[in-house]
Design a binder for this molecule. Structure first.
Ligand code: GLN
Length: 487
């Protein structure tokens, strides 16, 4: 079955003509047809355009042309990245009929790399949530236990990679939305440095925090995808002109002398003791590989959550003001314009999105701005300084990605309890740092993710550490029960 192969293996299969690109694409589409009725990761499947593109790749192969490393390989994207002429709903009813007139930069770059888009993936509405239950369409299931959530907001991206419906997917991460679902679904998820991957054409949630990144089954594949999507983009004013390395050159399975800091605050109360044990074991693995481990402190960690829940809703209330039924998306019938705005937003947005808009509007309103927004920005600086101090000593910081494993669909109804699941991921977004979640073990058959954090633009360091860990543990060979039937 091609679905168990890595990107590199699939590439060689195409180059050596063991399988044609049309056959490969078809086998994935057929598999999606059967598996996704249970996983429900996809909102749109783009079978026709995928097969057309595959035929073009086959022509290239037949003509003896060389293939790029992602050329002809299947993938899917979270439904908040614009794809020209292909629905981009953001998981929201308000954008149900929205077909963007242009491609996001990541879409353009993946197209240029020759990767084949198989479809668009489910998510929490406008990326607000941690379980994909806030999707305006349907929840997605965790392939390890179909009754559990896949995490969120990039739940569709993590679930479809875990179920091997595609070898890679793109997600977006504002407060943990790549890393937490990657942890819950037992896959590798990277949130790049803020400014490393263009946000042009990514539908904005909280613009100063949003970042796109790859989800894959293994670390090498992740680096290959980052190679294709990272780099400066003049269309995004927050994109940074930096020298992009070949990220695969950091995959050397050697962490001798690597300095790893273990922040005390990430192992405090709230962390499930079984998850803690898995992470402690991971730390010992690094120790046995020759890394230097030391406890450290990021003293302002407890203020990250409250600061995030001011800053992110504030930016969201401003970004989501554009959905008024006038230019695109859903429009409600009404007698006058103001009534139309009101009804469109009332019917088009789900509960969580409305909650965030209200929180943000309140925090920004005159008289409260200094008390909330300005103060939150000051806290943000303190959090960044915590990390700066830690990185003066350490190459990498290590923590759990989430305090628990995946919970059951419908189990968490209190929004605050849901918010607390992001305690270890949110500080990283506030500081704009890169971080990766790597499979680190299991608790009662459900995957646990380990988070590694590094300095700005040092994704290579994350790959180096993650790869050594992966190569010396057996976790990434394990697959969900769902797949045992296929194998
Ligand atoms: N779960 C967090 C939230 O609801 C983070 C979401 C994200 O990273 N997009 O805001």
């Amino acid at each position: 079955m091609p679905i168990f192969k890595s990107l590199e293996e699939l590439h060689h299969m195409l180059v050596n003509k063991e399988i044609s690109c049309v056959e490969l694409t078809r086998s994935y589409l057929d598999y999606i047809d059967s598996a996704d009725s249970r996983v429900k990761a996809f909102l749109t499947v783009t079978a026709d355009s995928a097969l057309m593109k595959a035929a073009k790749v086959d022509k290239k192969i037949a003509g003896g042309e060389s293939l790029g490393s992602l050329e002809g390989l299947p993938m899917a994207m979270k439904d908040n990245m614009c794809t020209e002429g292909i629905p981009t709903t953001c998981g929201s009813r308000i954008l149900e009929n929205f077909n963007p007139p242009y491609d996001a930069t990541v879409t353009e770059r993946l197209k240029a790399s020759g990767a084949v888009l198989l479809g668009k993936l489910n998510m929490d509405e406008f990326a607000m949530g941690s379980s994909t239950e806030n999707s305006g369409y349907h929840p997605t299931a965790n392939p390890w236990d179909l009754e559990s959530v896949p995490g969120g907001s990039s739940g569709g991206s993590a679930a479809c990679v875990a179920a091997r419906e595609v070898p890679f997917a793109l997600g977006s991460d504002t407060g943990g939305s790549i890393r937490q679902p990657a942890a819950f679904c037992g896959v590798v998820g990277l949130k790049p440095t803020y400014g490393a991957v263009s946000r042009y054409g990514l539908v904005a949630f909280a613009s100063s925090l949003d970042q796109i990144g790859p989800l894959t089954t293994n670390v090498r594949d992740n680096a290959l995808v980052l190679n294709a999507i990272a780099g400066h983009d003049p269309k995004d004013s927050t994109s940074v002109p930096f020298v992009k390395p070949d990220y695969t050159r950091f995959l050397e399975n050697d962490v001798k002398g690597l300095k790893i800091g273990i922040p005390d605050e990430y192992f405090a109360s709230g962390l499930n003791s079984d998850v803690a044990e898995v992470i402690q074991k991971a730390i010992r693995t690094f120790e046995s590989l020759g890394a230097e481990i030391e406890r450290c402190s990021l003293p302002h960690t407890e203020f990250a959550m409250p600061a995030y829940y001011i800053i992110a809703p504030a930016e969201c209330s401003s970004n989501l003001a554009r959905y008024d039924g006038v230019r695109y998306g859903y429009r409600a019938e009404a007698d006058d314009m103001i009534e139309m705005f009101k009804k469109t937003r009332e019917k088009g947005f789900g509960q969580e999105v409305k909650r965030r808009i209200m929180l943000g509007t309140y925090a920004l309103s005159s008289g409260y701005y200094d008390a909330y927004y300005l103060k939150a920005q000051k806290v943000r600086t303190l959090i960044k300084q915590d990390f700066d101090r830690a990185f003066a000593k350490y190459d990498v910081l290590l923590s759990p990605t989430a305090p628990t494993t995946a919970y059951k669909i419908g189990e968490k109804s209190d929004p605050l309890a849901m918010y607390m699941g992001d305690v270890y991921t949110i500080p990283v977004n506030l500081a704009g740092l890169p971080a990766i979640s790597v499979p680190a073990g299991f608790v009662d058959g459900m995957p646990v993710g380990m988070q590694l954090i590094s300095k700005h633009f040092e994704e290579g360091m994350l790959y180096k550490a993650a790869y050594a860990f992966e190569q010396n543990t057996e976790y990434y060979h394990q697959v969900p029960a769902l797949l045992k039937e296929v194998r």
